[in-house]
Design a protein around this ligand. Structure first.
Ligand code: SF4
Length: 64
C-alpha cells in the first residue's frame, strides 16, 4: 500500500562537525554500503505515493 508522502533523510552519521546541539550526532556505527542504501530504498519505494518527497537535511553541507 502506497501511503508515505514524505521521507526525511538525515545523512549525519558521517558529518565531520561535532555540534553539541546536534539532534542526530555521529556515532560509531559502521557506514552504510551502497547495497545497504539499495536495500532500504527498494523496500521503501513500493510504499511511496507517486509524488513523494525525499528531503535531505542536517549535515550534508559538511560532508567531505
Ligand atoms: S553540522 Fe549538523 S549534522 Fe553535523 S554535527 Fe552539526 S548539527 Fe549535527
Amino acid at each position: 500500500m502506497r501511503s508515505i508522502g514524505t521521507v526525511t533523510i538525515k545523512p549525519t552519521k558521517g558529518c565531520n562537525a561535532d555540534c553539541s546541539y546536534c539532534c542526530a550526532p555521529p556515532d560509531r556505527a559502521p557506514k552504510w554500503t551502497i547495497d545497504d542504501f539499495k536495500s532500504v530504498f527498494d523496500a521503501l519505494e513500493p510504499r511511496l505515493i507517486p509524488a513523494a518527497t525525499l528531503i535531505f537535511r542536517l549535515g550534508e553541507p559538511m560532508l567531505l
